[in-house]
Design a protein around this ligand. Sequence first.
Ligand code: ZN
Length: 177
Amino acid sequence: MAVERTPVVEVRRSERRRRTVAAYREGERVVILIPSQFSRAEETAWVDKMLARLEAKDKRGVRSDSALMARAHQLATRYLGDYDDAAIPAGVRWVTNQRGRWGSCSPDDRTIRLSERLRDMPIWVSDYVLVHELAHLIEPNHSAAFWRLVARYPKTERARGFLEGVAAVAGTPYAED
Ligand SMILES: [Zn+2]
């Protein structure tokens, strides 16, 4: 069971600092540098803000391009392992310019792109999109054979429903590709 730990925060006031605030990790602690003239209220507000920023940064690291590539390898081995290297992409990355699509695959150069919007969704949803795109490396079209491959991922229907719901709420027709 994971225990949520709040980091030990050490606030250092600096005469040299004017308006800028900085934060970094030092072992188990988080050190936050603030200008010496900050009030207690400003200090509290900035500590919260900087902790949130550090946490967001950590989260991006966990779901980086290299982490995504590693995940694609895992999923390809687990669900499409009988195809050996045919299901292993040459590259996988997050993209922002993926309007109207959750993911895409170029079978020619064997690269996969996933919309950054999936980063904030549960891992089983982005896993589904990855499996979907990996299956395109084997079956380029949305054929019955393609869907049989995708169905090997047990949360396929749940994830498709989730994505449909997100698109409906956003009012944007997001399509699988
Ligand atoms: Zn597709």
